[in-house]
Design a protein around this ligand. Sequence first.
Ligand code: SF4
Ligand code: SF4
Length: 329
Amino acid sequence: MRYKSCYWIESGINFDIDAYKVCCLYSAKGGGNTIIKNNYKGEPVDWDNVFAFKEMMKNMHKSGQVYPKCEECIYLEERDWNEDHTKISMINLDYWTKCNSRCSYCHTMQDKDRYNSFKNYNFLPILKDMIKRDILRPDGHVSFGGGEVTLLREFDKLLHIFMDFGFPLTRIHSSCIKYSKAIEKGLKNGCVDLIVSVDSGSKEMHKKIKQVNSHDKVWSNLRRYADHQKFPYAVKSKYIVIPGENDIRQEIDLWLEKSKQNGINFVFHEIESKWFYARRENVPDEIIDLFKYAKAKAESLGLRYELYERAEHMMEYYHEKRLDHNAGV
Ligand code: SF4
Ligand code: SF4
């Protein structure tokens, strides 16, 4: 049957610090981040309830409505969805908060000591249970967010299970301050892609945003990872634009040039969350121009350039607004 849905609704799940959710995305106008179970501390998952929740969302969409939290999400797609309704194929993991960076925009900066000492639950038993119940689809993929993944004690074990299970892609977000042999192995095997938010070009800006002295370490680790990638687009550097702080063309130039020099062929561009959510309907032209500038510059250097989630929404709104304006709406 033809209806609006997305891969998360159909077969995804997000394990957060104290909840499991349909997805981890907040950038839809409706707010996203749909919680299935709150106050969660790692106990066995009620999978019947998970699939019933998804069925409720799908039935709503089949009737022509949209689940309110998914309003205007760019990942909603109208088509025939023939997914297996009893399997999970996308997992996002961000159930820990310990981190060795101190990014100025991170929500953990509200109380870094608490977030760094927070004791997370373990995902390993949940994953083993999923495999035992045969609800994992082998063609699926997983994304590690966090917290810093290399500080998660069960990370190596989890990654090896995903690789052995045959998941074609595990996406890993890392601060890149600590080097991981498990990530290196995944890059060599071609089943891992790694995203590192550097958010700067110069050493000074790196220090200002990251609030730790990690510039040299991060770039040398990025180089080391890039040297091991089987596929040329596996290691990605990312730049989150924080208007008023790093929305500077010179920094963008340096970021792109350093990426190129360090063997990185793929860059992601993103916009800072709090700033964007406060102005999503009203993003100034200078910011739009900065993103256009970065795209042109990246392409001139032969880099693959893509927008990350919020920036994708931002540019989509911008194009829609322009179309409406040109049509006189
Ligand atoms: S917010 Fe978007 S990605 Fe998340 S479940 Fe809704 S439609 Fe899917
Ligand atoms: S690397 Fe991620 S988790 Fe760590 S401080 Fe930065 S944004 Fe927060």
